[in-house]
Design a protein around this ligand. Structure first.
Ligand code: FES
Length: 164
């Protein structure tokens, strides 16, 4: 945990949502939303405050892909591995992105720009294979398109454009 202020925020969330162990997922959800990630130190604090074994908090935090232990990148790339996308080569897209970015799923590039996620159906099966970058849906994606796709987001950063 970075500092006392962050700790107080987490404690406030726990108090607001509830300390009963049955609220664990709701508490983790609220922390993820508020802080953007749930590092180990925060998991330990949650375990202490809610009187839950750390192993349980760790298990739940690791099970759901929406919980991350690192800050997310500016652009979250979700490669859909749902059936429609998978049969059209989505795994190859994911593998290429891993190689191009030098990270694996649920990791963020060292420059903080991209986080790579393997996701379930994103509701764009008609344009499979599909990739979601933050709120932008890209359809009929080919391996050849990936360098340009990444560059288009890199150049937004270079140009100082920030739509968020
Ligand atoms: S399976 Fe990929 S968008 Fe539905």
């Amino acid at each position: 945990m970075k500092n006392e202020q962050e700790k107080q925020k987490v404690l406030a969330i726990i108090n607001e949502v509830g300390k009963d162990p049955s609220f664990l997922i709701q508490v983790l959800n609220a922390i993820q939303e508020e802080q953007g990630y749930i590092p180990r130190s925060v998991q330990e604090l949650v375990a202490r405050e809610m009187k839950i074994p750390f192993s349980r908090v760790f298990e739940v935090s690791s099970f759901y892909s929406r919980f991350t232990t690192e800050p997310k990148g500016k652009y979250e790339i979700s490669v859909c591995l749902g059936t429609a996308c998978y049969v059209k080569g989505a795994q190859l897209l994911l593998d290429d992105l891993k190689a191009m970015l030098g990270i694996v799923e649920n990791q963020t590039t060292p420059d903080g720009l991209f986080t790579l996620i393997a996701s379930r159906c994103i509701g764009a099966c008609g344009i499979a294979p599909a990739i979601l970058v933050n709120h932008d849906v890209h359809g009929f994606v080919t391996r050849e398109m990936l360098p340009e796709l990444l560059d288009s987001y890199r150049s937004r950063k270079d140009a100082g454009e920030d739509e968020e």
